[in-house]
Design a protein around this ligand. Structure first.
Ligand code: IPM
Ligand code: MG
Length: 355
């Protein structure tokens, strides 16, 4: 087998949507081996920890990880944050696997442009947020409480090398698109942002084929709503990327249909990555064959593109999804007044369109 994929479906609708994504991968390639493991609340219930060592080991030994979703109200009240699915599984997966480059495409599906909450111009929205994922305020030290709990500190920390490597990935991605990077920071206030801007400027000199400009994060939040078509690649640090990627996703009108990739260092035509839908575990509809599998299926398409370097299969899946949406086939989240289909039926329709 050429590729081994760790399948960690997680909680809520995770297992249902991931099953459909695996169906697509099996259809387009015969050289992928799948191995399953527990993560999130499911792992907590079974083992007492949301990220068991065996799961982490499986991920380390794989070429890619396919993740469904973690968390749910059932585990929100766990007193120790490190045992809650989001903080105890997601963040350590990112840092332990060195997945520093988070790729979040925000592209409106043609059939769904009217679902955008903003009036999209003819150019629509088709951008990628390149979010730094293992540094900044999410991981900086010190982070603690003092003075009997009445003083709290988080630290935003960046090293030059961390900025360099994510910027390099943004240049790589920009070259596959329109070669325009907007680097987003808060350089009028933050020291980390001044370093960020300095490093990105230096790298722009060495990459003259890519157009690089800078934007302050508050302005970027505004520009996204005003005219999202001005953006091609947005390069930014961890927390700004968290916020801006939600905003961009919402503007597509396809929130809930979007995938993401978290990538490590590339080597020899392949790259280790963790692929997951941006939506959550939706516990209210879990187990009812109602969830929309498109985000998970698009995540599988990203896996093909980045880990397998198989752009052709990736584009085939994307085209099949678009074709099914054009036909008016909808799961209940996007059905409007039309009769919705179930999770498996949506998967089957996309599979049929792949033929
Ligand atoms: C995301 C999520 C996570 C983040 C949470 C669940 C820790 O919001 O992937 O965007 O903040 O990174
Ligand atoms: Mg987020």
């Amino acid at each position: 087998m050429a590729y081994k994929i760790a399948v960690i479906a997680g909680d809520g609708i995770g297992p249902e949507v991931i099953a459909e994504a695996v169906k697509m991968l099996k259809h387009v390639r015969s050289d992928i081996e799948f191995e399953e493991a527990l993560v999130g609340g499911a792992a907590y219930d079974a083992t007492g920890h949301p990220l068991p060592e065996t799961t982490l080991d499986l991920c380390r030994s794989a070429d890619a990880v396919l993740l469904g979703a973690v968390g749910g109200p059932k585990w929100d009240q766990i007193p120790d944050p490190k045992l809650r699915p989001e903080v105890g599984a997601l963040l350590p997966l990112r840092s332990e696997l060195n997945l520093y480059a988070n790729v979040r495409p925000a592209k409106a599906f043609g059939a769904l442009v009217d679902a955008s909450p903003v009036k999209l111009g003819p150019a629509g929205i088709d951008l990628i947020v390149m979010r730094e994922l293992t540094g900044g305020i999410y991981f900086g030290e010190p982070r603690e409480r003092r003075e009997g709990g009445n003083y709290a500190v988080d630290s935003m920390v960046y090293r030059r090398s961390e900025v360099e490597r994510i910027a390099q990935r943004a240049f790589d991605v920009a070259r596959t698109r329109h070669r325009r990077i907007v680097s987003v920071d808060k350089a009028n206030v933050l020291e980390t942002s001044r370093l960020w801007r300095e490093v990105v400027d230096e790298m722009a000199q060495g990459n003259p084929d890519v157009n690089v400009s800078h934007m302050l994060v508050d302005n970027c939040a505004m520009q996204l709503v005003r005219d999202p078509s001005q953006f091609d690649v947005i390069l930014t640090e961890n927390m700004f990327g968290d916020i801006l990627s939600d905003e961009a996703a919402m503007i597509t009108g396809s929130l809930g249909l979007l995938p993401s990739a978290s990538l490590g260092d590339p080597k020899a035509g392949t790259v280790f990555g963790m692929y997951e839908p941006i939506h959550g575990s939706a516990p209210d509809i879990a187990g009812q064959n109602r969830a929309n599998p498109i985000a998970a299926i698009m995540s599988a398409a990203m896996l093909l593109q980045y880990t397998c370097d198989d752009t052709a299969s990736s584009q085939r899946i994307e085209a099949a999804v678009e074709a099914v949406l054009q036909k008016g086939i909808r799961t209940s989240d996007i059905a409007g007044t039309s009769e919705p289909v179930g999770t498996r039926q949506m998967g089957d329709a996309i599979l049929a369109a792949l033929e």
